[in-house]
Design a protein around this ligand. Structure first.
Ligand SMILES: [Zn+2]
Length: 431
């Protein structure tokens, strides 16, 4: 009697080479050669973007195949030998983990999935959990990858709402410059704007479907359906051979990493969404980084919009004391104090901005000159002195509007939902 087996794989890559999606894709190809049928697209599961052990994007993979219980050892052997062949095992910090769980055992891993998006989990806890409920696993070297492997196997399918079609390079091209036609990426982005996202950063003039690492990935097109991901990839012109491509189902662009919190309860290396009122003026430091402080009834925290966030910084610079915002981002411990690296900002309510000016002359109508603090004003044309006059306060125009703002495409986290996707989803719900 065939059942569905979920195979979680993580931590097979290193900073210098490889990519866990490639190792998993090779494992799936080997399994198919041995006669096993996939039960779903492979899952590309993004976990806590603040994890200090992550190689790059902190992703783990889960393969789903149809299998008989008596085949488990054979399947495990195929996956282990694929990992041994392709993983960068010589690299320090590449510590693969493989977890094999039958679909009916997945509930035992479900909470690990959610926690792995929000927290850092001790591998010993995952080993204990798997042992308790009889879930098979393999650890290589330090085996830290068991955390991501278990989390990917336990992923909630309802949380996987987007797709990525990834094209891989032939091994002779690994480490060399990627030969991708920029104009074709722009044309694809324009044609499939409603269905794909993060293809191109128009503000920076930068292709976003290609990584900048020496890994086997040539390019990846993200979309809201598998068909549009493949169609998008097919529209891109490559001036080098594509070895093969594979479509992954992902939790990218989900906003799942944000935990709603009050300022006092926040801990570093966690992503939050926090509501607060602006409590300082924005400051800009050399390099173009912008900082501002917000407070709630429990405390105060700094928000940072770094230079790579692009024109998003203008929004932060337009805030004034008293504005109410929702800040989305990762909390970091910095010399200046706890700081949220902004990924998104919702401006809920703008206060009226008031500016101070000198009164106008009652005779000629020109603006008067101050005679010093609390000493009144005089008119330079008429020579009239009016020591009793006070400054006038005027409402000044706000340069920003209420609404939601996001950092530039190239500064976006994999888990952060692009605003255009939010509006597409809302549109879907209303129809
Ligand atoms: Zn005058």
């Amino acid at each position: 009697m065939e059942r569905i087996l979920r195979i979680g794989i993580d931590d097979t890559d290193s900073k210098r080479t490889m990519c866990t999606t490639y190792v998993a894709a090779q494992a799936l190809k080997e399994l198919e050669k041995s006669g096993y049928k996939p039960a779903d697209h492979p899952w590309l599961v993004r976990l806590n973007p603040n994890c200090p052990y992550k190689t790059r994007g902190n992703a783990a993979i889960c393969l789903s195949i149809q299998a008989n219980p008596e085949d488990l050892s054979r399947i495990e052997e195929i996956v282990v030998s694929t990992v041994e062949r392709w993983a960068d095992l010589e690299s320090e910090g590449t510590d693969p983990g493989i977890v094999c769980a039958w679909a009916e055992q997945i509930e035992h891993l479900r909470d690990l999935y959610w926690r792995a998006i929000w927290e850092i989990i001790d591998p010993a806890e995952v080993v204990r959990r798997c042992d308790e409920v009889g879930i098979r696993y393999v650890r290589m070297k330090e085996g830290r990858g068991i955390v991501g492997a278990a989390a990917a196997a336990g992923a909630d399918p309802d949380s996987l709402k987007t797709f990525e079609a990834i094209a891989y390079r032939v091994p002779s091209m690994w480490g060399r410059e990627r030969l991708v036609d920029e104009q074709s990426v722009i044309e694809m982005d324009m044609a499939l704007a409603q269905y794909t996202f993060d293809n191109y950063d128009y503000e920076k003039g930068e292709v976003r479907i290609t990584p900048h690492t020496p890994c086997p990935v040539l390019a990846g097109v993200r979309a809201i359906t598998p068909q549009h991901a493949v169609q998008g990839l097919g529209m891109v012109r490559f001036y080098e051979p594509v070895d093969f491509h594979m479509v992954f189902k992902t939790n990218q662009a989900s906003d799942l990493h944000y935990i709603p919190a009050r300022i006092r309860d926040m801990k570093p290396n966690t992503s939050y969404v926090v509501r607060g009122v602006v409590s300082s003026r924005p400051t800009v430091i050399p390099g173009g980084h912008v900082f501002i402080r917000i407070s709630d009834e429990t405390g105060e925290v700094t928000l940072a919009a770094y230079e790579p966030t692009g024109s998003f910084r203008k929004v932060v610079q337009g805030l004034v004391t008293g504005d109410e915002v929702l800040a989305y981002g990762a909390l970091k411990a910095k010399p200046r104090g706890l700081t949220i690296n902004l990924e998104k900002l919702a401006i809920i309510r703008l206060v009226k901005a008031v500016s101070k000016a000198a009164p106008t002359c009652s005779v000629c109508g020109r603006r008067m000159k101050s005679m010093g603090r609390n000493k009144g004003y005089r008119c330079e044309r008429c020579g009239i002195k009016r020591p009793e006059l006070k400054p006038v306060y005027m409402e000044s125009e706000r340069k920003i509007c209420e609404g939601v703002y996001e950092v530039s495409v190239s500064a976006r986290r994999h888990l952060t939902m692009p605003l255009k996707l939010e509006s597409l989803r809302r549109h879907d719900e209303h129809c």
